[in-house]
Design a binder for this molecule. Structure first.
Ligand code: HAM
Length: 422
């Protein structure tokens, strides 16, 4: 688990802000869900023989002896909450959430034990149009963020019946090449053979490349759904690659699955992933409801943005230096009056004393455009010195009330025009 420091928080907030704007623009509503759910929920949705459930969950018994788990993902909780609160039956829903998820994985760059997702879940829409919408809104978010080199991979997993047949074909194929499998794949051969296709072991890549492919055995309905999705994406100019090996690590998917990937993050290149899960609502006790969604990993998006260094540091507009006991006392009040007069301005007050010189150094470092200087003498005269920090202009003295009136309601961009009197 990692600390997210102020420098990175700026990027987190930026991603969250743009995601909220884009999602709201597409008519999605926010939902906030608990961090803890019953362990059973994740076993039933993600699947007993997935990596997440087998070895990555933070599970413990609470004081009543009930087994709880810190959520490793958001879809299960969203479906549970949707059913319990009557949000899904006979309705069309577009929901999104943002928050921490927990997986006991081996930490490395882009992979953490506490990480953050923005997740999107839709209910009640069975056609490929909503699949396309999810991809369009994601593309729009990448564009807003200035991320232009993510690759979209899509695939269809077909119906459960198709996957059962495909599973048998895969098992037969891998058994025929048993001596080439590594230990992990041998273990998965019986429990979850599709996951062998996901193996990152370089020694297995030739074997995997020769394995039977899922799209070859797709049922007619899934095929028509997938073809229509491709047509919709083509018409909207969305660039994608059909990747027949894309199987996803959670059991609830059927038909469409997709991932947005990058080669700039090393092994953890999947930035956003999702697909359809038409069977899950009924599986959890609700009425059968088609569903589709995705989640993006905020840490991975932030890592890409940090590489591009696209975000300037947030700076206050004004730094108020206060030198002397009386000035310190009155400085806090002056700053409040300034904030009352103009809530849009960022005002940073020097706290903790310091000489005039050291305070001006801090002012400079803060990135503010102007320093307001309040000494004991100014405090007595109800005046303040105004110093432009980025220009060589000499300090000017203002009557405090004049300054308040001048700055009331102005935009930060107007400060140089208003404060640099000739
Ligand atoms: P997922 O593929 O397990 O899907 O995770 C989605 C995204 O979360 C990944 O593509 C990655 O960006 C990020 N992520 C996952 N694990 C970590 C980690 N340990 N550290 C950092 N980032 C990570 C789901 O969670 C599904 N619930 C997505 C979904 C929603 N499908 C339908 N609706």
């Amino acid at each position: 688990m990692h600390d997210i420091l102020p420098e990175q928080c700026r990027y987190f907030a930026h991603v969250e802000k743009l995601a909220r704007e884009v999602l709201t623009g597409y008519g999605y509503e926010e939902i906030r869900l608990p961090l803890l759910e019953s362990t059973e929920l994740f076993k039933r949705t993600i699947g007993e023989v997935t990596d997440i459930v087998e070895k990555e969950m933070y599970t413990f018994a609470d004081r009543n002896g009930d087994s709880l788990t810190l959520r490793p993902e958001g879809t299960a909780g969203c479906v549970r909450g949707g059913i319990e609160n009557g949000l899904l039956h006979n309705q069309v829903r577009r929901l999104w959430y943002s928050g921490a998820m927990f997986r006991h994985e081996r930490p490395q760059k882009g992979r953490y034990r506490q990480f953050h997702q923005i997740g999107v879940e839709t209910f009640g829409m069975a056609g490929p149009d909503i699949d396309a919408e999810l991809l369009l809104l994601t593309r729009r978010l990448w564009r807003r963020l200035g991320l232009n080199d993510l690759e979209l991979q899509i695939n269809s997993l077909g119906t459960a019946a198709v996957r059962a047949v495909y599973r048998e074909e895969l098992v037969a194929y891998f058994i025929a090449h048993y001596e080439l499998l590594d230990e992990d794949s041998r273990r998965r051969l019986q429990s979850n053979p599709l996951r062998i296709l996901d193996s990152k072991n370089p020694a297995l890549q030739d074997l995997i490349a020769g394995a039977p492919q899922l799209p070859a055995s797709l049922d007619q309905e899934s095929r028509a759904h997938f073809d229509e999705l491709c047509r919709l994406l083509d018409a909207a100019g969305v660039v994608y690659r059909v990747n027949p090996r894309l199987v996803r690590g959670l059991d609830y998917y059927g038909k469409t699955v997709f991932e947005w990937v990058t080669d700039r993050l090393g092994a953890q290149g999947t930035v956003c992933a999702g697909g359809r899960y038409d069977g899950l609502v009924a599986q959890l006790g609700g009425r059968a409801t088609p569903a589709a969604g995705f989640a993006l990993g905020i840490e991975r998006v932030v890592a890409l943005l940090e590489e591009q260094a696209t975000l300037p540091a947030a700076a206050p507009d004004l730094f108020l230096a206060v030198v002397g006991t009386e000035a310190e006392r009155i400085g806090l009040l002056y700053a409040e009056q300034l904030r009352d007069a103009n809530p849009a301005l960022g005002v940073l007050v020097n706290c903790g004393g310091g000489s005039f010189k050291s305070q001006l150094k801090r002012a400079d470092k803060s990135g503010a455009a102007f320093a307001l200087v309040l000494g004991d003498e100014e405090a007595v005269q109800a005046s303040v010195g105004v110093k432009a920090l980025r220009e060589g202009a000499p300090q000017q003295t203002w009557a405090w009330q004049d300054l308040l009136r001048t700055l009331a309601g102005c935009a930060a961009a107007d400060l140089p025009r208003l404060l640099m009197r000739t």
